[in-house]
Write a protein that binds this ligand. Structure first.
Ligand code: PXP
Length: 263
């Protein structure tokens, strides 16, 4: 059986740690558990605002990881210099806005073409292969190839959001996605379109000689659609894995603490 490479995004462990500004949970422990449990790659994002992953985390993870490390970063010069020195197995260029909760939308490979071309050149000079995190479109695949990337990661955020609005109780919750509050038939049509767009882009990217990854918002319910797109060779997943681990681990964590409360 041929499986897709699973990149486990462990930023979310650092989100929890930084929320209390303590050293718990330990990101290196997350690295070891992910490695031991079948991950094929570790993905982390060194953001300009350092809201979760810190420079020391990147250094430690690169030092201790038994798996390739896919380091996400923006095209900011200071960040690129750091990444070039650290030499991860791959850099994935992503857009970054201070006010966003997570990476919303793919890189604008047209508006920032000069900056992206320069970033790719700098990373290549340091022998770091480059992936571009882009929205799925034929034009973005062509432009990514033209700019010199080896790989694209297709942003699956729209697909995932539509899937969740159609197939879960999300529309009835406080976290309903306002701009996607459509009748079910329309959600269904839009979901088909989003999936079609991902498939077309993956096929086209492969034809151009680009490696194809996908990620963002993928979870235990919607992953199946991605797994069946043969051109996609890698999925990068964070939130849903870390969220699930709370519930696969909470019972044991409570039991361990309860035992310690026995006099
Ligand atoms: N791929 C990229 C490029 C990302 O920026 C992110 C989010 O950090 C992911 C994958 C993982 O997204 P999620 O946490 O929604 O699974």
């Amino acid at each position: 059986m041929k499986t897709i490479k699973l990149g486990v995004n462990i930023d979310h462990i650092a989100v929890l740690r930084e929320a209390r500004e303590v050293n718990d949970p330990d990101i290196l422990q997350a690295l070891y558990v992910a490695c031991e449990s079948g991950a094929d790659q570790i993905t982390i994002h060194l953001r300009e605002d350092r809201r979760h992953i810190q420079d020391s985390d990147v250094e430690n993870i690169l030092h201790f990881s038994k798996l390739p490390v896919n380091l996400e970063c923006s095209i900011n010069k200071e960040i690129l210099n750091i990444i070039s020195n650290l030499k991860p197995h791959r850099a994935t260029l992503v857009p970054e806005k201070r006010e966003e909760v997570t990476t919303e939308g793919g890189l604008d490979v047209f508006h920032y073409e000069n900056e992206i071309a320069y970033a790719i050149e700098q990373l290549h000079d340091s022998l770091i292969p480059v992936s571009l995190f882009v929205d799925p479109s034929i034009e973005a695949m062509e432009q990514s190839k033209k700019l010199g990337a080896e790989m694209v990661e297709l942003h699956t955020g729209l697909f995932s959001n539509l899937f969740n609005m159609l197939h879960s109780s999300l529309p009835y919750s406080n976290h309903s996605i306002k701009e996607l509050e459509f009748p079910r038939y329309e959600l269904s049509e839009r979901l088909e379109d989003a999936l079609h767009q991902i498939k077309l882009s993956a096929q086209y990217a492969k034809k151009l000689g680009l490696e194809v990854a996908a990620g963002h918002g993928l979870n235990y319910h919607n992953i199946d659609e991605m797994v069946h797109i043969s051109e996609i060779t890698e999925l990068n997943i964070g939130q849903s894995i870390i969220a699930r681990s709370v519930f696969t681990g909470l019972s044991q964590a409570v039991q361990e603490m309860k035992k310690l409360t026995a006099r």
